[in-house]
Each structure stands twice: as C-alpha cells, then as structure tokens.
Design a protein around this ligand. Structure first.
Ligand SMILES: *Cc1c(COP(=O)(O)O)cnc(C)c1O
Length: 240
C-alpha cells in the first residue's frame, strides 16, 4: 500500500514543487504562467486527490482509465481538469472521452480514429489531444517513433472532433536528470517544426514533459505541462 500522505504533507510538498518550478522558470527567462502543473495521482485514493485539490491543484493526471474512473466519479468530474497520461487501449476510448478533459498519449492512427468516433457517438464537440513520441526507442514504452509522427499528425488533423494541441514524451530514466535533456530538446524541436506548419493553429503547441526527477530540466527546455507524482504525493508502492 502507499503510505497515505496527510493534507499538510501534500500542501507542503506542493509549495516546494511550485517554488522549484518558479526557480526553473526564472533561470530560463520563462513566464511561470505558461507552465501547467499536472499532479499525477495514479495509485492514490480519492481522499488524497481531494486534499490536493483543496491545496490548490487544478489539474490531475491518471494513467489508467479503469483506475481513474471510480476516482473521478468520487471526486467529481468537474472539480478539476483530468488528464489521461498513460497508454489508452482502443476498447476504452468511449470511457476516456467521458472521463477526461485531455488525452496526452495518442500513439496510433487507429486510436485517433476510435477517439474521433467516440466523440461523435457521445456528442462531444472537441477533445484536445497530444501525441506521445517515443524518443528513446524503448520497446516497453508506448508512443510513436519520430518517423511515424507525420502520418499520425495528418490523421489527427483530419479528425473533426480532435484538436491536436501538442506533443508529449516519457524519456528513458536516468539517475542523472541532465541525461534526459537531449530528449527534451528533441521534443521541443519537433513541436517547433509542427508549429511552423500551423498544425497547432494559433497556439504555440504544448510540450508535456518533465516528471519528479527531471521537471526542472524540462522547464528549462520549454515544457508547458509538467506531470509530477512522487514529489507531491510521495513514493508509490508500484513503480509505474
Ligand atoms: C507516473 C507518471 C508520471 C509521474 O511520475 P513521478 O516520477 O511520480 O513524478 C508522469 N508521467 C507519466 C506518463 C506517468 O505515468
């Protein structure tokens, strides 16, 4: 079991994380307001999520539809922005469209088409999505390889109900966060490339990157969404 963090612990850790985010933004001459903190609450119960919301969290990340479902119903669909950050199986797209405000982890044309169909069926006007890019060529991780990106971008652009808002990555894990920097830079370059082609409309294009051990580096490299679990909620029993 996770040791359940108290509201005070969550509040304190959140203050610390926000302080570190701000310092990283200042170091890299960025406006802190363009960086959204997504508190990753996977494996933690609804009570912990509620404590985080009371402490000021506005955005929550979950990586499994099934686990998220009971929590979102319990905590409230409309009390926060819910982000799906983990691999989505195509038989769970309807549920995902009902439960989540945004999906970070689109990684195939098939999945994009299933999400589009779910939006039509459920009469959801628009679903913001990001494409997950696998920059480390890790077989264990989901995400498209760089060379598959153009076809997926094109497919999503054709989906009337999907709005492509940016790119996401989960780089290989290194003890030394500096070693993730090249991957974070690469994602930014790809975002810039697609931005120039107008793929993200008027928007700059989100960069969803940075976790507990590398969020400061990610902010220095342009992250607009950081996904932070452990630094806010404490260690998880299972490493996922
Ligand atoms: C679990 C998870 C995170 C948060 O990881 P921490 O190291 O606990 O901050 C971020 N992104 C994804 C996709 C995750 O699955």
């Amino acid at each position: 079991m996770n040791s359940t963090p108290s509201s005070d612990e969550i509040r304190l850790r959140l203050t610390q994380v926000c302080g570190r985010m701000e310092a990283a933004a200042i170091r890299s001459n960025r406006d802190i307001h363009e960086i959204r903190l997504i508190a990753v609450s996977k494996t933690h119960p609804a009570a912990v999520v509620r404590a985080a919301i009371e402490a000021g969290v506005t955005d929550l990340g979950e990586n499994r539809v099934q686990e998220a479902e009971s929590k979102i119903v319990d905590v409230g669909r409309d009390v926060a922005q819910w982000h799906l950050i983990g691999h989505l199986q195509s038989n769970k797209t309807r549920r995902a469209v009902q439960l989540f405000d945004i999906v970070h982890s689109v990684d195939s044309i098939h999945l994009a088409n299933k999400l589009e169909q779910a939006c039509v069926d459920l009469e959801r006007a628009q679903l913001p999505v990001l494409i997950q890019v696998d920059l480390g060529h890790e077989a264990t991780k989901s995400g498209v390889e760089e060379h598959e990106l153009p076809a997926l971008v094109e497919a999503i652009t054709k989906c009337e109900h999907l709005r492509l808002t940016g790119l996401m990555t989960l780089p290989p894990f290194f003890e030394d966060a500096e070693l993730t920097r090249p991957f974070l830079i690469r994602l930014r370059e790809l975002r810039d490339e697609y931005q120039e082609r107008g793929v993200f409309g008027d928007h700059r294009g989100e960069l969803s990157m940075g976790m507990t051990h590398d969020f400061e580096v990610a902010i220095e490299e342009g992250a607009t969404m950081v996904r932070i679990g452990t630094a806010i909620f404490g260690e998880r029993e299972t490493h996922r």
